[in-house]
Design a protein around this ligand. Structure first.
Ligand SMILES: [Mg+2]
Length: 425
């Protein structure tokens, strides 16, 4: 069987190494060469590990209480996740990557595909090295760069690059040799279910999958399964998703560090989530037509009654005004709040998002809008200049005892002057 070999196409996958750990290390020279892990929300599970932590046997996704012994014995440094910090560093990394190719797909907080088809084969590995060096020099974040003909193969190349000293690989020759040693469950796009199906049929590595018959794949899997096989053969089937698609809805919710009973505390948390969501959509120049507020108790708490409810309010005029949204959300919350329950989570969803400016006007709109827009602008500017939530609304509370458990947080905030190192002369 012959295929049109699109060997001119070159895709690089740039992946930050142990991203969350690397972010924490940026601000803490003492944790450079020792085992470090970062925990998920409420200090639940291990979500990022340094090489040293991997070496002593701490597994990805393991609940914290299960590794406590190992942590103690090996003096592992523990951090609660600090997403404000990771998000900020991520944006800086992505901005640098955009300087190397205007075709970029930001795949996750620490990964991006970029199109390098414009670089000659013999130069592309050096180009990859330049990318890696620049990201390291400008942000301090170590990366691995895998380059190949297709997205799926660039993922494979990245795995190889991670184990390679240079950290950069252009996978072009000897692909089969690499695929032979590549576990089927590590192939991009092969999830748990597909993995099971392949293993049942004796397909335990990527090379076997590559060489499978087209008719079998079509019969046994779906379109995505067939695309993965084609991509392993070096035929690009999965396009870069470069369009910065605007979100259709925006949800902000958190589990409480400890259960919450009072309406006052719930109001504080809903207000805070609302302010965050409103700031997000203003950042994207969007407005909302609908707001949902939801609360629930823990479904796993066998000793207490379960309660979960939500309330959606359609707004007469599309808005991104924090004060208006908070007021509406609180009205909804009061409608669904029931006394006597131990609440575990609260959140809000802004939906029916639209481009700001695409909205219908009424008589009062111009006057009211002008005022509120100015206020929101001032609020966003102040907060981005002097730190998050410097200006807030009183309803958001000050103590926030309901906040997430973050006992091990580095408390680094790149948007806060207080986090800058102090030098005394
Ligand atoms: Mg990574």
């Amino acid at each position: 069987m012959s295929f049109i070999n699109n060997s001119k196409k070159k895709i690089a996958l740039i992946d930050c190494n142990s991203f969350y750990v690397s972010c924490e290390r940026l601000f803490n020279p003492k944790i450079q060469k020792i085992p470090v892990v970062v925990l998920s929300n409420n200090d639940g599970c291990v979500i990022s590990r340094s090489t040293e932590a991997k070496r002593i046997g701490i597994k990805m996704g393991e609940p914290y209480f299960k590794v406590k012994e190992l942590v103690k014995k090996n003096n592992v440094q523990i951090f609660s996740s600090n997403y404000a910090l990771y998000g900020d560093i991520s944006r800086r990394v992505m901005k640098i990557l955009k300087g190397f190719s205007d075709k970029i797909e930001i795949y996750s907080i620490d990964e991006a595909f970029i199109d390098l088809s414009h670089i000659k084969n013999e130069l592309v590995e050096d180009y990859g090295k330049r990318i890696k060096e620049r990201v390291l020099k400008w942000t301090g974040i170590p990366t691995s760069v895998g380059i190949s003909n297709t997205k799926t193969l660039s993922k494979v190349a990245n795995h190889v690059a991670k184990k390679n000293k240079a950290g950069v690989i252009f996978l072009k020759d000897n692909i089969d040799e690499v695929l032979k040693n590549f576990d089927i469950s590590d192939v991009w796009g092969v999830g748990k279910q597909l993995s099971k199906l392949y293993l049942k049929n004796g397909i335990n590595n990527a090379l076997k999958l590559k060489n499978i018959s087209n008719s079998w794949v079509k019969k046994s899997t779906n379109v995505l399964g067939a695309k993965t096989v084609m991509e392993l053969r070096g035929i690009p089937c999965i396009e870069l998703d470069t369009e910065e698609t605007k979100r259709k809805s925006c949800c902000v919710s958190r589990s409480f560090g400890k259960k919450v009973q009072s309406l006052e505390k719930l109001k504080e948390s809903v207000t805070t989530h609302c302010l965050n969501a409103a700031e997000k959509i203003r950042n994207d120049n969007q407005t909302t037509r609908s707001i949902t507020v939801f609360i629930r108790t823990s479904p796993f708490d066998k000793n207490r009654r379960y309660y979960s409810n939500s309330f959606t309010i359609d707004l007469p005029i599309a808005t991104n005004n924090s004060l208006e949204l908070v007021k509406t959300a609180i009205t909804g919350l009061v409608k669904i709040y029931k006394h006597g329950y131990f609440y575990q989570k609260a959140g809000i969803i802004l939906s029916k998002l639209n481009e700001a400016g695409e909205k219908e006007l009424n008589l009062l709109t111009p006057i009211l809008e002008n005022k509120s827009q100015k206020l929101m602008k001032a609020m966003d500017l102040t907060n981005s200049k002097y730190g998050r939530n410097v200006i807030s609304v009183a309803q958001a509370g000050i103590n926030n005892s309901w906040r997430m458990r973050r006992e091990h947080s580095s408390r680094i905030d790149t948007a806060s002057f207080d986090s800058l190192p102090k030098i005394s002369i």
